[in-house]
Design a binder for this molecule. Structure first.
Ligand SMILES: *[C@@H]1O[C@H](CO)[C@@H](O)[C@H](O)[C@H]1NC(C)=O
Ligand SMILES: *[C@@H]1O[C@H](CO)[C@@H](O)[C@H](O)[C@H]1NC(C)=O
Ligand SMILES: *[C@@H]1O[C@H](CO)[C@@H](O)[C@H](O)[C@H]1NC(C)=O
Ligand SMILES: *[C@@H]1O[C@H](CO)[C@@H](O)[C@H](O)[C@H]1NC(C)=O
Ligand SMILES: *[C@@H]1O[C@H](CO)[C@@H](O)[C@H](O)[C@H]1NC(C)=O
Ligand SMILES: *[C@@H]1O[C@H](CO)[C@@H](O)[C@H](O)[C@H]1NC(C)=O
Ligand SMILES: *[C@@H]1O[C@H](CO)[C@@H](O)[C@H](O)[C@H]1NC(C)=O
Ligand SMILES: *[C@@H]1O[C@H](CO)[C@@H](O)[C@H](O)[C@H]1NC(C)=O
Length: 655
C-alpha cells in the first residue's frame, strides 16, 4: 500500500538525485577534458568510434526527462549496420533436404498419409517408441521397445508424452522413409487434484484479483535493435496491433546466458550463487521460480533446444529432477541421438525448424489447460546464439505463433513475454560502435490482454512509463511474482530475492545501474567514447600491452601458444561511470580492442590507467569478439578456450 504513496519527500529526493547525477556527469566530462590527457587525443570525427570503416557518429541523445540512466544513442536503422543485419535471408525451411514426414497428430490419433512419399517409395509400415527421462539423470534417455506395426493410424492414450516414429519402405525392408518426433502434453491424473487444491489454497489465502497465464518465448543473444531490424513482422504486430510494451532500456546483468536466466528464474546474481554452489553440483538448489508457480497451482513448462549447451546445460551441468511439470529435455536428447536428424547447426530437426517444435509444444500446453493457470517459457537457443542475423529467418514463425494464440483465445488470458537474455557477443555488428551498445541491450516485450489494460489503467500507465526506465530480468521476475498473486498495484506476498522491482510499480527515474543490479562493465548509462587515442601513442601502447598480458595470463602455457600483438585496432577513452568519479585521482578508463597471433583472436576489455603513475589494470571482463572453434579444443571449458590457441593446431601447420 504505502509503496505507491509518493510524497513530497520522494519528489525532493528525486530532484536531489538528478542534480547529483548531473554534477557527476559534468565532473566526468571535465575529467576527460583535463589537459593532461590532451596530447594523445584525436577528435571523434576523424576516427569513427569503434570501427574506422564506419563513419557514423552517434548524434546527441535526446533528453526527454531527467532520468539518471541515458543509453548512448545509436540509430537502429543506421545504413552501415543494415548492411550487416542479414535482412536478405528468407524464412527458415527444413523440408527440402530431408525425408517427408508422413505422420501427423490428430487429437490423440497418430495418422499416416503415405501419399506424401516421393518417387517410387512405398510405405510398408510405421512404428513408434516412447522416450522417457532416465531417473535422476539429465543427460540420458530411456527408449521403450518399438510398438507394433501400423500403416494407417494408431490411437494413443492420454499418457503418451514423448515418442519417436519411424516408417519403412515396401521394397527395401530396412530403409526408413519417414522419421518424426512428437511431444504431447499428458494430463497427470495423479497430480490434477493436487494442483486443483493448490489453486483453491491460493484463492483462499491471497484472493488474487486476476489469474493470467504466463507464456514466455526467448531468443538467445539477440539485441533489441537487431530484433527490431530482423523481425519487422513480429515487432509491428506486437507494438502496433497488440499494444505491447517494449522495454527500451533493458539491461543485462552479464554477457552470457546463465547469469541472465538465473536473474529471471532464481533471483540471484551469479556471484551470490557462486558463494554456495559449484558447477559440479546439480542445479536443483536454485529453487527456480517454477516451484513457486507450482505451489500456487500453475502447471509449468520449460523447454530449451540445445541439450548440450545454453541456459542450464553448458559445461555438462544438470538437474537431478525436472524443474517443471512439462520438461521437453528427453525429446531434445532423443532427436540429437538420432543420426542426421538435427541439422544446420541445430536450427532444423528433421523436416521442420527446431523453433516450430518449441512453439508447438507451448501451444499444445496452452490448449491442454484452457481453464487452469499455466506458466511456461520456451528458449530458442541455437538459431540466434552464434549469429543474430538468423532472427530474420524466424520472424514469420514468431508472428504466426502470436496469431495462433490469438485465434485460440489464449492471448486473452495470458501475459506473453518475448525476450532475449543478453545482446550479441560476437560477429560483424558487434565489432562496430553500434554493436558495442547493442551488445548490452537485450529486449523484453510484454503483451497483456486488452481487457486487462482497460481494467487496470494505472498499471498500463506505469508499464508505459517503465518502458523508458532502466530495467533488467530481475524486474521481469518480480513482475511474474506479482502476477502469481495479482493484487493490482498493491504489494503481493513478500518474496525472497533482493533484486528487482516489479514493472507494475514505477521504476524510479533516478535508478542507476548499481541500483538495478547491473555490474558497471555491463552498464550503458551515460557510457560512450569521449575521445579516441592515437594507437601509436605511448598511452595506447601501454594499455594494449596491459591487455595482452592479461589475456596471456589466462592462457594455459603448456597447451596454448604464446600470443603476440597483431594489431591494436582502437583505444577509446570512455566517459566515466558514476562510481568511478568518486575517486579523485586522475585516471583514464579506456576500451581497448586488439587482435593477436597466432589465430587472429580479437579481444576487447576495459583497461584503466592511473595517469600519475602510469599503472594499468584490466577490468574483470575480457571479451572475445570472434568465435573460437577448431583451434581451442585442447582446453576443456569455454572460459579457457576463449584464451587459447592450441599448440600443434592444424590451421597453423597449414600456414
Ligand atoms: C495426404 O497428403 C497429400 C499430399 O501431401 C494431400 O494432398 C492429402 O490431402 C493428404 N490426405 C489427408 C487425408 O490428409
Ligand atoms: C508408451 O507409453 C504409453 C504411456 O505410458 C503406454 O501406454 C504405451 O504402451 C507405451 N508404448 C510402447 C510402445 O511402449
Ligand atoms: C556429464 O555428466 C554426467 C553426469 O551428470 C556424466 O555421466 C558424463 O560423463 C558427463 N559428460 C561429460 C562429457 O563430461
Ligand atoms: C548448437 O550450436 C552449437 C554451437 O554452434 C553446436 O556446437 C551444437 O552442435 C548445436 N546443436 C546442438 C543440438 O547443440
Ligand atoms: C477476453 O476475456 C475477457 C475477460 O475474461 C472477456 O470479458 C472477453 O469476452 C474475452 N474476449 C474474447 C474475445 O474472448
Ligand atoms: C570494420 O567493419 C568492416 C565492414 O564491416 C569490416 O570489414 C572490418 O573487418 C571491421 N574492422 C574492425 C577492426 O572491426
Ligand atoms: C603509426 O605509426 C606508423 C609507423 O610509424 C605509421 O605508418 C602510421 O601512419 C601511424 N598511424 C597513425 C594513426 O598515426
Ligand atoms: C608516464 O608515461 C608518460 C608517457 O609515456 C611519461 O612521460 C611519464 O614520465 C610517465 N610517468 C611515470 C610516473 O612513469
Amino acid at each position: 500500500m504505502g509503496f505507491f504513496r509518493m510524497g513530497a519527500g520522494v519528489a525532493k529526493r528525486r530532484l536531489f538525485y538528478f542534480l547529483v547525477a548531473l554534477l557527476i556527469t559534468t565532473a566526468g566530462v571535465y575529467l576527460m577534458h583535463d589537459g593532461s590527457m590532451n596530447p594523445t587525443l584525436v577528435s571523434m570525427g576523424r576516427f569513427s568510434l569503434f570501427n574506422r570503416t564506419l563513419t557514423t557518429i552517434p548524434p546527441q541523445p535526446p533528453i526527454p526527462e531527467p532520468v539518471a540512466c541515458i543509453f548512448p544513442y545509436v540509430d537502429i536503422f543506421d545504413p552501415n549496420i543494415m548492411k550487416l543485419a542479414g535482412l536478405d535471408q528468407t524464412p527458415l525451411k527444413c523440408d527440402h533436404d530431408f525425408l517427408p514426414d508422413v505422420t501427423r497428430m490428430d487429437g490423440l490419433v497418430l495418422r499416416v498419409n503415405s501419399s506424401k512419399l516421393k518417387g517410387d517409395l512405398r510405405l510398408r509400415y510405421c512404428r513408434y517408441r516412447n522416450i522417457t527421462r532416465q531417473p535422476y539423470k539429465d543427460h540420458s534417455v530411456v527408449y521403450s521397445r518399438w510398438s507394433r506395426k501400423f500403416t494407417k493410424e494408431v490411437k494413443l492414450t492420454d499418457e503418451h508424452e514423448f515418442f519417436q516414429v519411424a516408417c519403412y519402405d515396401g521394397k527395401y525392408k530396412n530403409r526408413v522413409v519417414s522419421k518424426a518426433f512428437y511431444s504431447l502434453v499428458p494430463k497427470n491424473k495423479h497430480l490434477e487434484s493436487l494442483f486443483n487444491m493448490r489453486i483453491m489454497k491460493r484463492a483462499a489465502e491471497f484472493n488474487p484479483l486476476e489469474t493470467l497465464n504466463i507464456v514466455g518465448v526467448a531468443l538467445d543473444g539477440l539485441p533489441r535493435h537487431q530484433m527490431i531490424r530482423a523481425m519487422p513482422k513480429t515487432y509491428t504486430h506486437l507494438t502496433e496491433r497488440l499494444g505491447s510494451f517494449d522495454f527500451q532500456t533493458h539491461g543485462q546483468v552479464a554477457d552470457n546466458t546463465f547469469p541472465n536466466i538465473l536473474a529471471l528464474l532464481s533471483g540471484f546474481t551469479r556471484a551470490e550463487v557462486n558463494k554456495w554452489w559449484s558447477w559440479k553440483n546439480p542445479e536443483d538448489v536454485f529453487d527456480l521460480l517454477w516451484h513457486d508457480f507450482e505451489r500456487a497451482g500453475y502447471r509449468t513448462l520449460y523447454s530449451e533446444d540445445n541439450p548440450r549447451g545454453a541456459g542450464f546445460y553448458w559445461g555438462n551441468r544438470s538437474f537431478m529432477f525436472p524443474q517443471t511439470s512439462y520438461w521437453n529435455r528427453p525429446l531434445e536428447l532423443a532427436m540429437l541421438n538420432e543420426p542426421g536428424f538435427i541439422r544446420r547447426k541445430a536450427s532444423c530437426a528433421g523436416p521442420r525448424p527446431v523453433a516450430e517444435y518449441q512453439l508447438d509444444y507451448m501451444t499444445r500446453f496452452l490448449d491442454r489447460f484452457p481453464d487452469k493457470p499455466v506458466a511456461g517459457v520456451t528458449f530458442i537457443i541455437n538459431l540466434t546464439h552464434d549469429d543474430s542475423t538468423k532472427a530474420v529467418t524466424i520472424d514469420e514463425h514468431i508472428r504466426n505463433f502470436y496469431g495462433t494464440l490469438e485465434a485460440k483465445g489464449h492471448l486473452n488470458r495470458s501475459v506473453v513475454m518475448f525476450f532475449s537474455d543478453h545482446g550479441q557477443r560476437w560477429g560483424k555488428i558487434r565489432q562496430t560502435y553500434n554493436g558495442v551498445v547493442e551488445s548490452r541491450n537485450p529486449f523484453l516485450i510484454l503483451t497483456f490482454p486488452d481487457w486487462f489494460l482497460k481494467k487496470y489503467p494505472d498499471i498500463a500507465r506505469t508499464l508505459r512509463t517503465n518502458t523508458q526506465r532502466l530495467t533488467t530480468h530481475f524486474d521481469t521476475r518480480q513482475t511474474l511474482i506479482d502476477l502469481m498473486y495479482f493484487k493490482g498495484q498493491e504489494p503481493t506476498p513478500p518474496h525472497r530475492g533482493r533484486h528487482g522491482i516489479s514493472l507494475f510499480r514505477e521504476i524510479p527515474a533516478s535508478r542507476t545501474c548499481e541500483a538495478a543490479s547491473i555490474p558497471w562493465d555491463q552498464c550503458l548509462c551515460g557510457q560512450g567514447v569521449e575521445k579516441f587515442l592515437d594507437t601509436n601513442s605511448s598511452e595506447a601502447k601501454a594499455l594494449a600491452e596491459a591487455l595482452l598480458r592479461a589475456v596471456q595470463s589466462r592462457s594455459e602455457p603448456a597447451q596454448c601458444e604464446t600470443y603476440r600483438l597483431d594489431q591494436l585496432l582502437q583505444v577509446g577513452a570512455l566517459s566515466l561511470p558514476t562510481a568511478w568519479t568518486k575517486e579523485k585521482k586522475r585516471f583514464m578508463v579506456a576500451s581497448v580492442r586488439l587482435t593477436v597471433q597466432p589465430g587472429g583472436a580479437m579481444f576487447e576489455a576495459t583497461v584503466n590507467m592511473n595517469l600519475n603513475t602510469n599503472e594499468t589494470s584490466v577490468g574483470s571482463k575480457i571479451e572475445r569478439l570472434n568465435m573460437y572453434k577448431g583451434e581451442v579444443e585442447c582446453r576443456p571449458t569455454s572460459l579457457e578456450q576463449m584464451f587459447c590457441y592450441c599448440k600443434g593446431n592444424k590451421e597453423m601447420l597449414k600456414q
